[in-house]
Design a protein around this ligand. Structure first.
Ligand code: NAG
Ligand code: NAG
Ligand code: NAG
Ligand code: NAG
Ligand code: NAG
Ligand code: NAG
Ligand code: NAG
Ligand code: NAG
Ligand code: NAG
Length: 649
């Protein structure tokens, strides 16, 4: 199994950029409308339950046919929900867009004030719920026109004329062609692109009416370079950018010439092969899982009771209230597996709540068992897992709140944080080593973290470091774990034997720790250096070590405020940890002893492994492909994780 896995992994690594450009779920928010109604007597609890049931039921419909309408509940507590993807999206993109849309519409969920309806327009998909049958509605009072921010730079009278022709044309063509039309108008060397779609249950007559209304209202947008009308029954958009088929293969062929075309074809072939491999992989395990599920379904009833009784199970409603309904103001950060919010529990305890993109309902038992085990691991240098919520509409993890941001913020972002003193850095390195030694050698589960990096080390008020996200890999089912975490690891931190052979031991963490030590002391990022055509920070440290001048590697801002011998010792330990041969790297408990002057520090004998972080491979956490994104649990914004799926588009 290992070698096909590795092949897939490598193919993904090398084609991640290409894959991104071939696929665009257009999960950009165009508008969210929550409707207030002081309406019929209904029981909020029951209404929310109907809402959640409707949301659960709608995804499989959308995944199967591209749209879906669901009714759940009775009497005044009936919820109507409708979702649809733009017809030009691939099934995968549709699923991605809709999954995003579904988590974001929770922002409308009825709470203090009675918001009984909500609609969320993404550029790739649409979701609406309400307390009445609206499926075939075409226009209503909540319809919105959203214009772009920037004026078009060129000939404006020509631009206006082209927009007018485009939208008029689309409003005529779409009702004739299954309620969907996309195209462009190019006159006078000025192209405007557009897309129009009526929702599935809106009949031809209503579709025409809806788009006609859109045309009249979108006329107010030019000279803005972008315009959208978001009606109850349809969506209309124009733009100077070619926002659909957004891929390198369909880029207008121009100055590129033959070699570029060959490159594009190669890239396309390559990524197609990658897709096929992934597909084969996924379907293999999907089949396996279906079999397993059937077996386990019987036992699940009893398990749910256990879950509900456990102190680890924190109700969705409690966490929702704790985070002020996942208010953006409480958002701490964003990683590949979900976003993190600050919250305050009813007993006053501050927590960090991680919203997982993954739905864990198919493997509640596994998930819960692991949460149970991991929450049992306690150490001053580990962020404690306090519990989870698995019976609500989304799966949530609840962690101890660590107030002072991540090392990434302190070392690289440096906004709104104190610069770290030499003493703080020493303390952080030692604490991190102790936390890792505990995970590897002392805890009852032998845990390899797999993703040690600056953004996964949080610090509290007194600069005690705490390792975040340990054991995360264990939370996801066996078959998925290897690949997702292999992909998740950030290249600059990955040990050579892990990158090349997929071989995973504690020594892979030791390698990442070594990179981290050198980064913390030198104040430089490992994975950026090479692409700037200079030496990587590891190589530089190795060079200085050879000439006996390690002190010169220390971050310039610390000059004069650190002890040279101490810095050289730390860097030497860092270099020991990044040796290419895993056997030569010390274990974490030995590292702790070395840091405490209780063990002799050996001479590193191998230069640092030259990682494959060359200029054409961006760090994987920037791949933009959410499933494979690095998983960070950063408690502050503005770091390299923020180009994530939700926020970036
Ligand atoms: C909904 O109610 C809130 C508070 O009562 C108000 O601020 C908001 O403007 C209302 N929104 C709409 C669409 O009526
Ligand atoms: C629904 O609400 C109306 C008031 O708006 C009330 O008269 C009616 O009894 C409610 N129906 C049910 C089944 O609760
Ligand atoms: C609403 O959803 C619940 C839970 O999925 C289901 O048991 C029930 O049958 C649904 N009701 C309707 C009217 O579809
Ligand atoms: C629109 O929906 C309502 C409620 O389901 C239904 O009574 C009506 O017949 C529908 N109209 C059309 C044209 O489908
Ligand atoms: C703008 O376009 C219109 C229509 O094509 C043309 O008549 C006019 O001369 C153009 N104006 C400029 C400044 O190019
Ligand atoms: C709309 O555009 C299509 C394709 O560009 C073209 O075939 C059609 O004639 C146009 N229709 C109108 C009414 O302009
Ligand atoms: C069309 O516009 C592009 C830039 O917008 C310009 O480079 C090109 O020369 C123009 N072509 C003609 C025929 O005007
Ligand atoms: C289309 O739907 C509208 C509103 O739902 C309805 O009034 C109209 O009769 C329908 N037309 C046809 C042809 O079904
Ligand atoms: C494709 O979409 C991205 C954002 O999703 C945008 O930045 C880029 O300019 C688009 N490319 C083209 C060719 O329109």
């Amino acid at each position: 199994m290992a070698s096909p896995l590795l092949l897939i992994m490598l193919v993904i690594i090398f084609s991640s950029n290409i894959i991104r450009s071939l696929s665009d779920p257009r999960a950009t928010e165009a508008a969210l409308v929550c409707t207030n109604k002081t309406s019929s007597q209904s029981d909020r609890q029951v209404y929310v339950a109907s809402f959640l049931a409707a949301m659960d039921a709608i995804s499989p419909l959308v995944a199967r046919q591209g749209y879906g309408g669901v009714v759940n509940g009775t009497g005044n507590n009936t919820v109507y929900a409708f979702g649809e993807c733009m017809k030009d999206l691939s099934q995968t993109d549709c699923n991605l867009c809709f999954a995003q849309c579904k988590t974001q519409i929770l922002r409308c969920l009825p709470f203090q004030r009675l918001t009984r309806g909500g609609r969320l327009f993404y550029d790739g998909c649409y979701l609406r719920y309400d307390d009445y049958m609206f499926f075939n509605e075409s226009l209503d009072a909540e319809d919105k026109t959203v214009c772009g921010v920037n004026d078009f730079g060129g000939n404006q009278s020509l631009f206006k004329a082209n927009v007018a022709q485009l939208v008029r044309n689309m409003s005529v063509e779409a009702p004739k062609t299954d309620g969907f039309f996309k195209g462009f108008v190019n006159r006078g060397n000025l192209t405007v692109y557009g897309l129009a779609q009526c929702w599935e249950f809106v009949n031809g007559t209503s579709c025409e009416k809806c788009l006609k209304d859109s045309v009249s209202r979108i006329g107010s947008c030019p000279p803005k370079d972008e315009g959208r009308v978001l009606n109850a029954g349809c969506y209309l958009r124009y733009s100077t950018k070619k926002f659909y088929d957004n891929s390198s293969t369909t880029a207008p062929s121009g100055n590129g010439g033959g070699s570029r075309r060959v490159a594009i074809i190669l890239a396309a072939t390559f990524s197609a092969v990658a897709f096929l491999l992934i597909l084969a992989f996924i379907s293999f395990f999907a089949k396996k899982r279906v079999m397993k599920q059937k077996r386990e379904k019987k036992q699940l009833g009893a398990l749910l009771q256990t879950v509900n009784k456990s102190r680890l199970n924190i109700s969705y409603e409690t966490l929702e209230r704790a985070t002020d309904y996942f208010n953006n103001a409480n958002k701490l950060g964003q990683g590949g597996s979900g976003s993190v919010y600050k919250g305050v529990l009813p007993n006053g305890q501050a927590v960090a709540v991680k919203r997982l993109f993954f739905n864990t309902t198919q493997w509640v038992d596994h998930f819960f068992n692991e949460v149970n085990l991991i929450s049992g691991i306690q150490h001053k240098n580990l962020v404690q897992l306090l519990g989870c919520s698995i019976t609500g509409p989304e799966s949530l993890l609840v962690y101890e709140y660590v107030p002072n941001g991540s090392l990434h913020d302190h070392i690289f972002v440096k906004k709104n944080v104190q610069p770290l003193s030499w003493e703080d850095r020493y303390k952080i390195i030692l604490g991190t080593a102790e936390g890792l030694a505990f995970l590897h050698e002392e805890s009852k589960l032998r845990i390899i973290h797999r993703d040690i990096k600056l953004s996964n080390i949080l610090v509290d008020e007194s600069f005690t470091p705490k390792i975040a996200d340990f054991g995360l890999a264990r939370l996801f089912p066996e078959d998925k774990t290897h690949i997702s975490t292999a992909i998740a690891g950030t290249l600059g931190y990955m040990a050579p034997e892990y990158v090349v052979r997929g071989k995973l031991t504690e020594k892979a963490d030791v390698y990442s720790f070594g990179v981290l030590v050198i980064e913390v002391i030198c104040g430089k990022r490992n994975n950026n250096a090479v692409s700037q055509n200079s030496f990587s920070v590891l190589q530089k440290a190795w060079k200085l070590y050879g000439t006996g001048k390690l002190g010169e590697a220390v971050e310039a801002s610390l000059q004069g405020n650190f002890i040279i011998e101490e810095a050289s010792r730390l860097l030497q330990i860092g270099l020991l940890c990044v040796q290419a041969s895993a056997e030569l790297r010390p274990s974490m408990s030995v590292v702790v002893k070395m840091l405490n002057n209780q063990h002799e520090i050996a001479q590193p004998t191998q230069p640092p492994f030259l990682n494959c972080s060359s200029s054409d491979i961006s760090p994987l956490n920037r791949s933009g492909t959410p499933y494979f994104q690095s998983d960070s649990y950063t408690q502050s914004s503005g770091n390299d994780m923020t180009d994530s799926f939700i926020e970036a588009r």
